[in-house]
Ligand binder design. Structure first.
Ligand SMILES: [Zn+2]
Length: 422
């Protein structure tokens, strides 16, 4: 298969190249280089008996995007905490995941790092169904369940004390309250098919009764998760808003800090020094403010969102300046899937230029995931995951919110170039 690109984003250099040709064999990219053919005519479908030509010569082609902080399982929260999770079955969670996966890939995100589900391992099941070709969706790297302390940011909170015990185990799979319990749940989660560990190191905005600034694990507990993960060849992504929780997580050796809303200068310095990634969902706060207020979300959630949104953006700006490694992540699933690319404009508004912002969702995201061999760039050997947009995203990064064409592993999943949708 041959793809002719009017312009092509070279993720490694951050530069836009004119008139390129990408050749694809099976599900992988075989070569990329300048288009030397005189003209193949618009939309010529074949250039030889067995070669399909896809003409994107009036489009901008980029690697498939990567959201490093996605939740494909579950419905958007009601804004009243997570107690309502007991009203939904695992089957419902899985089937909404099918829809979420389709909407995610249709928006141009061909890979996600899925950072957790309350109902354990539904993400792993979805990953399997996508890999088997039964469900359309992005490549998934999965957390399996949250490692969280009891009544912490990843627990089901908000139930009356005298019915609290009825919450089934699969909704509290990763609850741990000591170093030994952390080791046990980490092993159990990785044994259950997770690719990495998501640890809730502080309270959360959306989890009722928890305090974003408050640490919920000791450094020793986080280190136990890091050590156990390393035995399985993987690592820990730490949900952390408060500065103390961030510092504990960084010192304990986590690979990424998620959110990072209330960081201080010392935390930023530590992250830069140790090469810890920041995955900050700096658009999501505006969505909560707007949608949550209109839909009567609880005052507690709205207040915590106010306390973290602007602070997070100020911290993000400092991290850009300090050279902290940044990967794109949006908390999709907190808001309806398919809108993730709206975050790019926020990243540009808060200190980045367009090219590094796009790199954070391509080549840098792949590096965070350890998937540099398969996604994040249009380079020989990587999967043929390509998207196309109509306008130059280096001139206006918002162009990425309107993806006209999506290919994953050499298969065209969306072709809306005519204005229609596939
Ligand atoms: Zn999240």
């Amino acid at each position: 298969m041959v793809v002719r690109a009017g312009r092509l984003f070279d993720a490694a250099s951050g530069e836009m190249r004119r008139s390129q040709v990408v050749t694809i064999r099976g599900d992988r990219i075989e070569s990329v280089g300048p288009d030397t053919s005189e003209s193949a005519g618009p939309d010529s479908r074949t250039a030889g008996p067995e070669t399909t030509v896809i003409d994107l010569s009036d489009h901008v082609v980029l690697p498939g995007l990567i959201d490093c902080h996605a939740h494909l399982i579950g419905e958007v929260d009601s804004g009243h905490g997570y107690a309502s999770l007991v009203q939904r079955s695992g089957a419902q969670e899985a089937l909404s995941g099918v829809r979420n996966a389709r909407e995610t890939v249709n928006a141009g995100f061909t890979t996600v790092r899925d950072v957790g589900t309350f109902r354990a391992f539904v993400d792993v099941a979805l990953r399997g169904a996508i890999e088997a070709g039964d469900v359309v969706g992005p490549r998934m790297m999965c957390a399996g369940a949250y490692v969280t302390s009891s009544w912490g940011g990843g627990d089901v909170t908000g139930l009356a004390v005298d019915v609290d015990e009825v919450v089934p185990r699969e909704l509290r799979f990763g609850v741990a309250n000591s170093v030994d319990e952390v080791r046990a749940v980490v092993r159990r989660i990785l044994h259950g098919g997770a690719d990495f560990i998501k640890m809730i190191a502080t309270g959360a905005v959306l989890t009722e009764g928890t305090v974003p600034g408050a640490p919920e694990f000791s450094e020793a507990e986080i280190r136990a998760a890091v050590e156990e993960s390393a035995l399985y060849g993987t690592w820990v992504a730490a949900h952390a808003h408060g500065a103390e929780g961030i510092k504990r997580a960084v010192r304990a050796g986590v690979r990424s800090i998620e959110h990072g809303s209330l960081m201080d200068d010392e935390a930023i310095e530590l992250m830069a020094e140790r090469g810890v990634w920041l995955v900050a969902d700096i658009w999501f706060g505006d969505w909560i403010e707007e949608h949550g207020r209109a839909h009567g979300w609880s005052p507690e959630v709205l207040r915590k969102n106010e306390e973290t949104t602007d602070a997070q953006r100020r911290g993000f700006e400092k991290c850009v300046k300090a050279g902290v490694k940044l990967a794109f992540g949006t908390d999709s699933g907190g808001y309806p899937h398919g809108m993730a690319a709206r975050q790019f404009a926020y990243m540009v508004r808060h200190g980045m230029t367009s090219a590094p912002a796009i790199q954070s969702a391509t080549v840098a995201a792949a590096e965070l995931m350890g998937w540099q061999d398969r996604v994040g760039a249009i380079e020989p050997g990587r999967f043929a995951d390509l998207i196309a947009v109509r306008r130059d995203p280096l001139a206006d990064v918002d162009a990425l919110t309107d993806v006209a064409f999506v290919m994953k592993g050499g298969e065209v999943l969306k072709d809306a170039r005519g204005g229609g949708s596939s």
